[in-house]
Ligand binder design. Structure first.
Ligand code: MTE
Length: 332
């Protein structure tokens, strides 16, 4: 992001160099799926069939299957991106700045034991072990577009539940106006923590109504399995109408605060990355246009036909009203 200045913001082999695997041929290891001991997985028989049909993963990680979501806007019908693309073309700067680095380096991330601390302006603060957090509410599958500020996008079947479920349980106080997400910064296992690329830990935040919006997903899995490390294991958020960098990975603290939290990218370059970061084709990044995007997997590399970027990444009907009256040019 900050340190790159080409149109696409990357200097990695183009996605067409990555051989797409046939992950959507419909073959999946049913036994693995049904073994689904991964805590809290909700596995109805139709969900298993559905997963068979749509979400073939490599079968290396523990199954985590959710029932198809009924939340409005949660299930795009666009072609889902190849698992290989979604797990080898990543931004996770703690493990390096090249798109291929997280897949290469994130094996060192230790995801058990893992605790998420809920603190700040809540009536019921506490520490949640990851297994308890996974079980806190029923898992759903959500097929969301994820649009990176760099100008590329993917379609990913995430598994999790609305962050609102957790927020309701911890009972925010009246003066809690924002939710801050603090992620792991462990120099022993994360080779780039300590580099000057960002001010660690990676921190993101949402306004309370954004955090409570049913589309905001507390995410534990993708493609019917637990999250691979490079995608933010064991828990991240996914906020589909905002640029990808709002979707903080490997969260260790969820903090309820009164004032807008300082976020990692905003601290690094305030004129480029605002707090809101809503996908908005009408507000250019200072160094490139945001009018179009390249769907990873479309082929053609840098010369691929680009798609028009939609307002709020296509989720305007669901979230547009959150920003009524807000000047989106100023609050980018
Ligand atoms: N979270 C942490 N902790 N560190 C990061 O560098 N990168 C962000 C976001 N979350 C990032 C992060 C950015 S820029 C993007 S586009 C998305 O993760 C990418 O998510 P994905 O690799 O699962 O597609």
């Amino acid at each position: 992001m900050l340190i790159k200045n080409r149109q696409d913001g990357f200097n990695h082999p183009v996605p067409s160099d990555i051989t797409p695997r046939d992950v959507y041929e419909g073959r999946r290891d049913m036994l693995k799926l049904l073994a689904g001991g991964a805590a809290g997985a909700v596995l109805s028989s139709w969900a298993a069939r559905d997963a068979m049909a749509q979400t073939a993963a490599p079968g290396k990680l523990a199954a985590l299957v959710g029932a198809k979501s009924s939340v409005a806007g949660a299930m795009t019908t666009e072609k889902v991106s190849d698992y290989k693309d979604a797990t080898t073309y990543n931004n996770y700067y703690e493990f390096g700045t090249d798109k291929a680095d997280p897949a290469k380096n994130a094996g060192t991330l230790k995801t058990r034991p893992w605790t998420v601390e809920v603190e700040g302006l809540v009536k019921k603060p506490g520490k949640y072990g990851i297994e308890d957090l996974i079980k806190l509410s029923a898992q759903e599958e959500r097929i969301y577009r994820l649009r990176c500020v760099e100008g590329w996008s993917m379609v990913i079947p995430w598994v999790g539940y609305s962050l609102a479920e957790l927020i309701k349980k911890v009972e925010p106080q009246g003066n809690a106006k924002f939710v801050e997400f603090v992620t792991l910064a462990d120099p022993k296992t994360m080779p780039f923590v300590g580099s000057r690329v960002l001010d660690w830990p990676y921190v993101e935040g949402l306004r309370m109504d954004e955090a409570m919006h049913p589309l905001t997903l507390l995410t534990f899995g993708m493609y019917g399995e637990v999250l691979p490390n490079q995608n933010g294991a064991p828990v991240r958020i996914v906020v589909p109408w905002k640029y990808g960098f709002k979707s903080a990975k490997s969260i260790v603290k969820i903090r309820f605060v009164e004032k807008e939290p300082g976020t990692a990218w905003n601290k690094a370059a305030a004129n480029e990355y605002g707090f809101y970061s809503n996908v908005n084709p009408n507000v250019d990044h200072p160094r490139w246009s945001q009018a179009t995007e390249r769907r990873i997997g479309d082929g053609g590399g840098l010369f691929a036909k680009r798609r028009k970027t939609e307002m709020f990444n296509g989720y305007e009907a669901q979230v547009g009203q959150l920003y009524a009256g807000l000047d989106l040019k100023k609050n980018y």
